[in-house]
Write a protein that binds this ligand. Structure first.
Ligand code: HEC
Length: 163
């Protein structure tokens, strides 16, 4: 009797911890799903019927823009790695030199002849200037928030404009 009670107790502890970890997992899953739904809604509204504003770029501009964009993506990937290694000064340097308000970036944003696109581009680069400063603090949470803030501009612009 005694040992079977012990077994029942043990089983209920195991199942309780199993279910609570399942629940934790579920709530994490929910968060991810929520974000995906937001994104899907955005995708759907642009899939069948592409309402994004075309910048009407010529082939040379298109090529130049896409090269620049691939460099942005590479910069973000490098930043994530450097933050994970707590190399804040290197991350700060990349944030400014490859995503920040350099003369080259400002000229690039202005070269497409769309004032609203240019303004959004400039706000994006300014957010990267701030991100570069935040990295210098060496605070990982603040750094991730700043990165997320800058990446919101990537998402916002891609949802609004196409070549
Ligand atoms: C101010 C507008 C704007 C911002 C900000 C912006 N992009 Fe883009 N990006 C574009 C446009 C426009 C295209 C072309 C999309 C199209 O025609 O469908 C593009 C395309 C891309 C592509 C496709 C490249 C290829 O070779 O096909 C990548 C990758 C990309 N962007 C990454 C990024 C990342 C990462 C960020 C932020 C760190 C970012 N972009 C910020 C406007 C922007």
């Amino acid at each position: 009797m005694k040992s079977s009670k012990k077994i029942v107790l043990l089983l209920s502890i195991i199942s309780a911890s199993f279910f609570s970890s399942c629940n934790e997992h579920k709530s994490k899953e929910k968060e991810v799903v929520k974000k995906e739904v937001d994104f899907q809604m955005m995708e759907n509204s642009t899939m069948g019927d592409d309402n994004r504003v075309s910048l009407k770029l010529n082939p040379m501009q298109k090529n130049h823009q896409l090269m620049n964009m691939r460099d942005h993506l590479d910069a973000v990937q490098n930043i994530v790695t450097l933050l994970s290694e707590e190399k804040y000064n290197e991350a700060s340097k990349i944030a400014y030199t490859r995503l920040g308000s350099t003369t080259e970036m400002k000229l690039m944003c202005a070269s497409f002849g769309d004032k609203e696109f240019e303004n959004l581009g400039l706000k994006f680069h300014e957010s990267a200037d701030k991100m570069s400063e935040v990295f210098k603090s060496g605070d990982k949470n603040k750094s991730l928030k700043a990165l997320s803030n800058t990446m919101n501009f990537c998402v916002q612009c891609h949802a609004t404009y196409r070549q």
